[in-house]
Design a protein around this ligand. Structure first.
Ligand code: C2E
Ligand code: CA
Ligand code: CA
Length: 781
């Protein structure tokens, strides 16, 4: 007899079929025996009571997977009163088709193959909506003829263990993703999904704090309605802004069981309107330093409070989220630092190379030209030397802002290093005429007054530009040409710009190469001095000369200080170069005296760097001793920045020079930041008024009054005042009217070779016209 035959059409197993089936179970065997001696009904109740006490599910199903016997738990957990409601029913009537099919297929396989299924893990959603996991075992039941007539099953609730395992797996997966550098959104989504898997009927969401620290952004909420997450994007944080806004604000858990009755949600109810959300439990996500990074929220669609388990899971999730967010922040920072200059926030050199290549291929495709503009601050070292690096950094920041401002953010500005910036200019500004306007605007913007703390001052820059593809057809040449053009601008006297021109720039100057050449040039004797005479306005006599360095470069020809002094200062080569100048100037002056010419002082420019060098005093002593020049015929020209920084050490050192008998002049007075009053603290002998005040004497009343004030104050301080850059007779006349004692400038003589100056010295002995206060041009041509 087949199992099929034993079922009647109503779907119930016939009594005779039950006998062999039940016999397969030892319990039921006993029942059988019992049945022979007792009444069956009693046995059934007794048996039922027994199985009902088993905490696992136990059941027997027939060949068609219909329930035959079972304990009450099987029935009650899926919403029935007792097992009797289930007898004769199949899983198709009890579960979703998907779940039922799984059970059915498993059981039919067991019955067809006769091979039991042991500890199969099954997931079931119970009638109360809770998810449970079971480990089910199903054994085939054979009749007397060895044919399969059904199965006996037992299933154990392993939800607890499974949850712990899921939690562990979820954590592992999240941590693994963090470790392998998965995007933050991916990590957070994994986290939310794994939490949703572990908890019944909750939807998770992570909100992230925005840059301002005042708003939460919708981070990740894969299963919340999209319209809802959109609606809460940019939620401001505050003492009563829903669960998350409040949690972020108070840094404490905010668990709201009924959104519609909570004061915290009173102003947010509009947002949840139309969504089936009833409670929201939020945990703040805190960094290691206790900064709020965001919130981890759980929503349910039933009004209820969180269980201890749910609370624990939510806190655990917030902790994982914090690890993920912190890692992401750290990575962003590293990535940012790799491509940006931390001081100015501008892209850095590495980033520039990539952008330049990009721009070149774009330009090749479109045919539109673009320009590279080099911006190099003039004498930036001066700012650093005068005010320290902190102020220097602030200035660089301001300069970077000005550059960004002028380029209206539409052009790429990059910090190239140190005090150099580079701009990539595309669009109409890249056309030569516009480019000139642009550079002029940038140049002008740069010279605007900078105020830091109580000090205000000016900085200037030199700009050079080259255009792709007109001036160069590759990145390297383009950069070289723009750099070369910038150098030309420096040579023009700084605070100006220069546009690369193929014919004018046959020998573009390259900074690095020049530096190398300078090293060897000093040793190879490529440098020489020119001397510019200084005259006493009253007597008309030559009283001094200023030694000015020149470099006869083997390929580039004659280079002026504007083309190499800054580089020498930056690189430190000013120390050996300055030492050579000092020795040579002393030697030359002594040699004129030995030739019987009028003794004059020789002025030697000393840069801040040299002044800081501990050996300067010893160097000066040695230069004097070696040349035999008397100290009173040497004058060191110092800049104002020297006086400002380390004023005390400066005074000490200056006193050292004065004790030797060496004269000390303050050079370019008026361009720096020291006040006239401050000068009295320093043992100076001379004041050289900067050229810029003399230049406009003829037409600027303000400059006339400044010059007059400087001259009279200098005199009061007992200093000899020299006006530099006197170019006209009118300027000379004005200076004479102010009783300025000494003059220097093209009007009286340009810097000249030692031979020429020697002739001038010889002539001056006899030929100067004291009364007219002018030196005949024929003498100095
Ligand atoms: P400075 O110390 O202000 O030197 C005077 C500069 O003004 C010289 O330029 C000179 O040629 C120029 N000059 C003189 N009279 C006139 C005039 O009437 N009109 C105009 N337009 N310019 C005039 P130079 O020789 O190009 O030197 C530039 C600067 O280079 C010097 O400025 C000085 O700061 C620096 N320098 C020159 N030689 C040395 C040196 O041996 N050591 C150091 N540390 N710096 C040096
Ligand atoms: Ca000078
Ligand atoms: Ca000067």
């Amino acid at each position: 007899m087949s199992a099929e035959d034993k079922s009647d059409t109503s779907g119930l197993i016939r009594e005779d079929a039950m006998v062999p089936l039940a016999r397969q179970l030892s319990v039921l065997n006993k029942v059988d025996e019992f049945k022979n001696t007792n009444k069956l009904d009693v046995t059934h109740e007794w048996l039922q009571a027994l199985v009902n006490h088993v905490s696992d599910y136990v059941f027997v199903k027939d060949r068609h997977s219909r329930f035959v016997v079972g304990n009450d738990r099987v029935a009650t957990d899926i919403g029935f009163k007792g097992i009797s409601d289930l007898i004769g029913k199949s899983d198709w009537e009890l579960h979703t088709p998907e779940v039922a099919k799984r059970f059915f297929d498993d059981e039919q396989t067991v019955m067809e193959t006769g091979v039991p299924l042991i500890n199969r893990e099954e997931i079931v959603i119970l009638s109360n909506g809770k998810t449970r996991w079971f480990a089910a075992s199903k054994h085939p039941i054979f009749d007397e003829n060895g044919e399969v007539v059904g199965i006996v099953g037992a299933s154990r609730d392993i939800t607890q263990r499974k949850r712990a395992q899921l939690l562990q797996n979820g954590q592992n997966k999240v941590l693994q993703e963090i470790a392998t550098g998965a995007p933050l959104a991916t990590v957070l989504e994994t986290l939310v999904l794994s939490i949703e898997e572990q908890l019944d009927g909750v939807l998770g969401s992570v909100m992230l704090m925005d840059e301002t620290g005042k708003k939460l952004l919708s981070g990740v909420a894969p299963n919340l309605p999209e319209d809802y997450t959109k609606a809460i994007d940019g939620l401001r944080i505050g003492p009563s802004v829903g669960s998350c806004g409040t949690a972020a604000y108070t840094r404490k858990n905010v668990f709201v069981d009924n959104l519609f009755e909570s004061e915290l949600w009173a102003n947010c109810l509009g947002v949840i309107q139309g969504f089936d959300l009833k409670s929201c439990w939020s945990v703040p996500i805190l960094s290691r330093n206790s900064e709020v990074l965001g919130t981890f929220g759980l929503y349910t669609n039933a009004v209820r409070s969180a269980t201890a388990h749910e609370l624990q899971i939510a806190e655990e999730a917030a902790r994982l989220a914090s690890i993920a967010i912190e890692r992401d922040n750290a990575e962003k920072r590293i990535r940012y630092l790799a491509h940006h200059d931390p001081l100015t926030g501008l892209p850095n050199r590495q980033e520039f190379d990539a952008k330049l290549e990009e721009q070149i291929s774009l330009s090749r495709d479109t045919g539109d030209p673009f320009a590279i503009v080099f911006v190099d601050m003039d004498n930036f070292k001066f700012v650093n030397d005068s005010f320290g690096h902190e102020t220097g950094d602030k200035v660089l920041k301001i300069v970077a802002e000005r550059i960004t401002e002028v380029s209206k953010s539409s052009h790429q500005a990059i910090r190239f290093g140190g005090d150099e910036f580079v701009l990539i200019i595309d669009g109409p500004d890249a056309k030569k005429t516009n480019l000139k306007q642009f550079m002029e605007k940038l140049r002008a913007e740069m010279t605007k007054t900078i105020r830091i703390g109580g000090t205000s001052f000016h900085v200037t820059c030199s700009l050079g530009a080259a255009v792709f593809p007109n001036d160069a057809d590759n990145a390297e040449t383009l950069l070289r040409h723009a750099d070369g053009a910038m150098f030309e601008a420096k040579a023009l006297g700084r605070n100006s710009f220069f546009l690369f021109e193929k014919k004018q720039c046959r020998n573009p100057i390259n900074k690095l190469a020049l530096l190398e050449d300078m090293r060897s040039g000093i040793d190879d004797g490529q440098f020489f001095l020119e001397y510019q005479p200084q005259f006493d306005l009253m007597s008309g006599r030559i009283v001094g000369v200023e030694a000015l360095a020149r470099w006869l470069h083997p390929h580039l020809g004659l280079l002026m200080p504007a083309q190499f002094i800054e580089l020498a200062e930056e690189s430190g080569l000013i120390i050996p170069l300055g030492l050579w100048v000092l020795k040579e100037a002393c030697r030359q002056n002594k040699s004129w005296q030995m030739a019987g010419l009028t003794p004059v002082t020789v002025g030697v420019n000393v840069s801040v760097r040299q002044f800081r060098d501990m050996t300067l005093l010893a160097d000066v002593k040695e230069a004097l001793a070696k040349s035999g020049l008397e100290a009173k015929y040497l004058e060191l020209e110092l800049t104002e920045s020297l006086l400002i920084q380390n004023a005390e050490t400066a005074v000490d050192l200056m006193e050292g020079f004065r004790n030797l008998g060496v004269n000390l002049a303050i050079d370019d007075f008026g361009t720096g930041y020291s006040s006239l009053a401050a000068l009295k603290d320093f043992p100076l002998t001379r004041l050289k008024i900067d050229r810029s005040f003399i230049r406009d004497l003829d037409h600027k009343e303000s400059d006339r009054s400044i010059a007059r004030a400087i001259i009279s104050l200098g005199r009061e301080l007992g200093l000899n005042v020299v006006a530099e850059g006197v170019e006209t007779a009118k300027q000379q006349a004005f200076l004479a009217s102010c009783q300025c004692e000494t003059v220097q400038g093209f009007h009286f003589g340009r810097p000249m070779s030692s031979e020429k100056l020697e002739r001038l010295l010889a002539m001056t002995l006899t030929q100067i016209d004291v009364k007219t206060h002018s030196i005949p041009q024929s003498m100095i041509a």
